[in-house]
Design a protein. Sequence first.
Length: 67
Amino acid sequence: MVGYCRALLYLSLNSKDEAIRLAEQGFKERDGSNISWIKVDPLLDSLHGDPRFEALVQKVIAPKTPN
């Protein structure tokens, strides 16, 4: 959850690159359930259309396969 919250903080400071980096880091570290809202969180609207963000959204919402 820390990575996602930090991403929101950096986004509020208009630092989109750092926000995306932190969101990606949070996803990699399985850093809480907040990332599951990435596609619909209105606080992230300014990132929609950025290819890095869209790729992260696809990773988050991709169907999970059993191990």
